[in-house]
Ligand binder design. Sequence first.
Ligand SMILES: Nc1ncnc2c1ncn2[C@@H]1O[C@H](COP(=O)(O)OP(=O)(O)O)[C@@H](O)[C@H]1O
Ligand SMILES: [Mg+2]
Length: 241
Amino acid sequence: MQNTLLELQDLTVRFGGLCAVNKLNMKVNTGEAVGLIGPNGAGKTTAFNLVVGVYKPSEGKVIFDNEDITGLPPNEICKKGIGRTFQVVKPFGKMTVLQNIMAGAFVNTAKTQEARQIASEVMEKMGLQSKRDKLAASLTIPERKRLEMAKALATRPKLMLLDEVLAGLNPTEIQDAVLLIKSMIKDGVTILMIEHVLQATMAICERIVVLNYGQKLAEGTPEQVTGNEEVIKAYLGDDYA
Ligand SMILES: Nc1ncnc2c1ncn2[C@@H]1O[C@H](COP(=O)(O)OP(=O)(O)O)[C@@H](O)[C@H]1O
Ligand SMILES: [Mg+2]
């Protein structure tokens, strides 16, 4: 039987008159990689912010690991095992790569030695060892995206929320990043990823949820979703078919 790791129940948030996420119901099973796609402004990033406690939902629930975590503050949700990257990457520019990743590790340990150990492992996995003592501000875009994933990985998440980590990368860099994400999945991290780079999303995810105007428009395998008339109309465009 499949084990549900994350479940969103009628998740809703209103900003003034705008319903940015509207009665969203979805599940992510342990070990799965799920894609969250849809037009700009559909509510994808807002849905992430509801899951990690940046926003409190107006209605609905977030269930993680069989526990109702709705409305908990972000630091507690992070400790429970949800990591996230930011669409607009935010490294601590005046800190080194190692120090940035250690900041993630400190979520679960107060010991500097242990944090350095965790950070070193993650740094190696993300191919950032050679940048170890570089200031984060000096990194290239693809390196920053990898650092963003490394910081989140250092919090040792069960579930990783990736918000457009492939945006701004060239095809070779995308291929490299896809391999890194696949290696995370192999290591046992469950993935929910927002992405516009569809081919890469399809290569990683076994299931895709499509959002439009805050609501779920479709859900299914990559083939089902990309063949769905409504998804083509709202997001993919006729050229895609
Ligand atoms: N804090 C906020 N206050 C008001 N409106 C917001 C806020 N955050 C997001 N929105 C609005 O919610 C909608 C969904 O935004 P977002 O979740 O960023 O979309 P996506 O990530 O799918 O492109 C947009 O119309 C956006 O302007
Ligand atoms: Mg977004």
